[in-house]
Design a protein around this ligand. Sequence first.
Ligand code: CTP
Length: 400
Amino acid sequence: MGVTGGIAAYKSLDVLRILQRQGHGVSVVMTHTAERFVGSASFSALSGREVGTHLFGDAEQPGYHHLDVNDGKDIMLVAPASANTISQMASGAASSLLTSCYLAFRGPVVVAPAMNTSMWLHPATARNINTLRADGVHLVEPESGLLADGAVGPGRLAEPNVIVAAVEAVLAGAPSRRDLAGVRVLVSAGGTREPIDAVRYVGNRSSGRMGWALAAAARDRGADVTVVQANVDLPREPGIRYVDAPTAAAMHDSCRAEFPQCDMLIMCAAVADYRPVAAADGKLDKSTADALTVQMERTTDILAELAALRDEQVLVGFAAEHGPAGLERARGKRTRKAVDIVVHNDAAVEGAAFEGPDNVVTIIGPGDAEEALPRMSKRQCAERILDAARPLVHAGTVTA
Ligand code: CTP
């Protein structure tokens, strides 16, 4: 992992932690400017390895020489990548240990840029980015938001989870696996919010990360992906179409409208099972009553309804259960809702949390198949779910 200078360098510590949690060993190389933002001691303490900062291996830097970079290294990540380092990488300059490693490394490279908006939007940077892309580098686009200099715009380093997901995707060999080419995949993601009044709602803790991972994995495998999303506060991925559906009713309408055009539906959203019968106009005023009862009504079970309407679509549902009896309930859900696959996750298991980067799932179906997976990243879970669903896609649909 290469770290360059910029205020975002502190986020690299999180990237390092997440990569390690997912079982990767990480060796860090820093530029001199990066050391002005975060000390190399932090990276060596966390990684448990020597941090490379100097171009030539010597007594002080015994473990690092740029020509060692291929020894047992699977992937190179540069996060954050400054405008200066990107420019050096694009031109092939070997002026620092980091850029020398880049030139010497023979494996895949992922670059996550971070800089102020004007620098990011400058034609010189755009040219360098295009050069890196043409050289086969995988880019993790910076996000838009408030930057360290107070400006608002694109240039902020992508979130650590997003960077790690990109690394996992490249490691999973995503670009060469196009087994969903021509397949239209519809993914619902996030959690619906059912209004009580103009400013309040009944909601759930779904972050949308699992749906986002499924959509990105399907896209990288060549699928044409639409995401119907409810209240997901994550950066949108390039190459994916998004439809906003914040409530169960909107999710119902959007899924019904999109369903006939899809070959596979993955119903990952946490859709409210009940909604207030009527949302109050304006804002409820607490001075009018000591207690409040909100009358709730059942929402439509979208998955069950679409299963009854299906033509040749493959259907994947989720079952978030709590506790040991949940697996049996999830099996029952698959039969009751007449879907091909149900992905069970036990919210009581550590690491299978709603908001986290990982999940612990059991893939139930198709048929009698059942696969209990160990804890892994949501991206890896997504790949396994697609592996299970892919053989069910109607033979004539896949084009590559
Ligand atoms: N689902 C849906 N429409 C709803 C509610 C849920 O399509 N109104 C979908 C979810 O997206 C998910 C699956 O159905 O794929 C979950 O099934 P559900 O029966 O709602 O299970 P839980 O929400 O886990 O709750 P419960 O155990 O109470 O049934």
